[in-house]
Design a protein around this ligand. Structure first.
Ligand code: ZN
Length: 453
């Protein structure tokens, strides 16, 4: 299986350490839904894996939306005029400016400045993350302590500088495609639009890059895997609009992010509830100490993939879900908040999910009347009486269940045997001429009696 090595703790820990180095490099960049922050982020990812980049012009329609103007910023700060003291500076933290703030150079009183300030009174040291993509305005985000220090300056005045541009340009996204044996595809999708936040979204970016790198280095997968790095919401919509003709080939998709906090793994089911990634997660995530939750139309880009006009087989893997931890969308979600061992555990789980999705297919027993003789084909212990080992059990389960309707995930769940072992046994039976791939129905969903979604 292509990611079998990454399923092991030692390899996962080493890859998580690499992923951390990438996150450290990407952390300071001022990312948003468009602009050079995204491009520089993709530069960092491209040091790991080859990317095909797409630049989509502002104004391009994407269903009910359109690609917005491109936003870039060089500097932004607030200075107390009387002392020349810089009270807030984008250089100190990329969260200090509301994303998509319009350009400004003005001398303002505190009363004029106040409506444009955002802080978290309950978390006085944390800088909040705020955006204003679709309403033209400006603002600064600061810790409550900084805001108190600003208030201590009285009425000011303050020199406020936002050296930004909001102009026709492009939305940038990128893909890494790892070709498989078939044209059927699977997708790993992560958003790339958040500035100085580590768990959300640098862990998703680094994990997607790591999975793609490992997949390229290992044995060729069965499915063709596409890793998509795009801004949230408008990026997913733009990707869907530009790749609509290819969507029927997609057998499974995983939206990933928030993979390094101390919370348990959380798999969110697709809108369908029993699609291929949901069934793979049912097998793998609880065994990794995680849980499954049902679909809801709130969250990350699974909202777009699982909208009724697409209803794609996309689930989502995080640790804590979005908005479910106090550090979420604030400067407290920094590199120290991310735990290397949690990221390594997430990578192991993702590797198992990718492998299960990739290997899953129904087979057909070509000698279904009675048990075929495995011994004469060198597949079974030649000495009678010793009882079968795990591999022989896997052969027997595969031969018994492979009537063209039951796929590997079904057999793994029913037999309680590890899916990688079953995949290996299926290959051996295939080579011995005893199993042939059965034509999979489009959903890869075997007709099953009495299974719950
Ligand atoms: Zn977020």
């Amino acid at each position: 299986m292509p990611l079998e090595a990454l399923q092991q703790p030692e390899r996962a820990a080493a890859v998580a350490a690499d992923a951390f180095a990438l996150m450290r490099e990407l952390f300071p960049l001022v990312r948003s839904i468009t602009g050079n922050g995204v491009r520089r982020t993709l530069d960092g990812v491209e040091a790991w894996i080859p990317l095909t980049r797409h630049e989509v012009p502002s104004g391009t329609p994407a269903f009910d939306w359109e690609v917005p103007q491109e936003w870039n910023v060089r500097e932004a700060h607030i200075t107390e005029v009387a002392t020349g003291r810089r009270l807030v500076d984008l250089r100190a933290h990329s969260l200090h400016l509301v994303s998509y703030s319009t350009p400004l150079r003005a001398r303002l009183s505190r009363a004029e400045l106040e409506p444009h300030l955002h802080s978290l009174p309950d978390q006085p040291d944390a800088i909040p993350y705020r955006t204003s993509y679709y309403r033209e305005t400006w603002g600064f985000c600061l810790s409550q302590r900084q805001r108190d220090a600003l208030a201590a300056c009285g009425e000011g005045p303050f020199d406020v500088v936002i050296d930004s541009t909001l102009a026709p340009g492009h939305l940038t996204y990128a893909e890494c495609r790892v070709p498989g044996e078939t044209e059927d595809e699977a997708v790993v999708y992560t958003h790339v639009c958040h500035p100085g936040l580590a768990n959300d979204n640098l862990t998703g970016i680094a994990a997607a890059a790591a999975l793609a790198r490992e997949l390229r280095a290992g044995p060729k997968p069965r499915l063709s895997w596409r890793f998509v790095f795009a801004p949230g919401t408008i990026g997913a919509l733009t990707w869907l609009a530009r790749h609509e003709a290819e969507l029927p080939r997609i057998r499974a998709g995983l939206v990933i992010g928030l993979l390094g906090d101390a919370g348990a793994l959380t798999y969110k089911r697709s809108r369908r509830g029993n699609a291929l990634p949901d069934r793979a997660a049912e097998l793998i995530v609880p065994a990794a100490g995680g849980r499954l939750v049902d679909f809801e139309p709130y969250g990350y880009d699974e909202r777009q993939f699982c909208s009724p006009g697409f209803d794609l087989p996309f689930g989502r893997l995080t640790r804590s879900p979005n908005a479910a931890y106090p550090e979420y969308h604030s400067s407290a979600d920094d590199l120290d908040f991310v735990r290397p061992e949690a990221l390594a555990g997430s990578l192991q789980c993702l590797a198992a999910l990718v492998d299960a999705i990739d290997a899953n297919q129904p087979w057909r027993n070509l000698s279904p009347k009675g048990e075929p003789r495995l011994g004469k084909r060198g597949l079974y212990g030649l000495t009678g009486g010793a009882g079968p080992g795990q591999f022989e059990h896997a052969l027997l389960w595969l031969l018994n269940q492979s009537d063209g309707r039951h796929d590997l995930i079904h057999i793994a769940a029913r037999s309680k045997l590890p899916l990688p072992l079953l995949a290996r046994a299926a290959r051996a039976l295939h080579e011995a001429g005893l199993l042939a791939p059965a034509d999979a129905p489009p959903s890869m969903q075997p007709e099953e009696e009495g299974t719950s979604p």
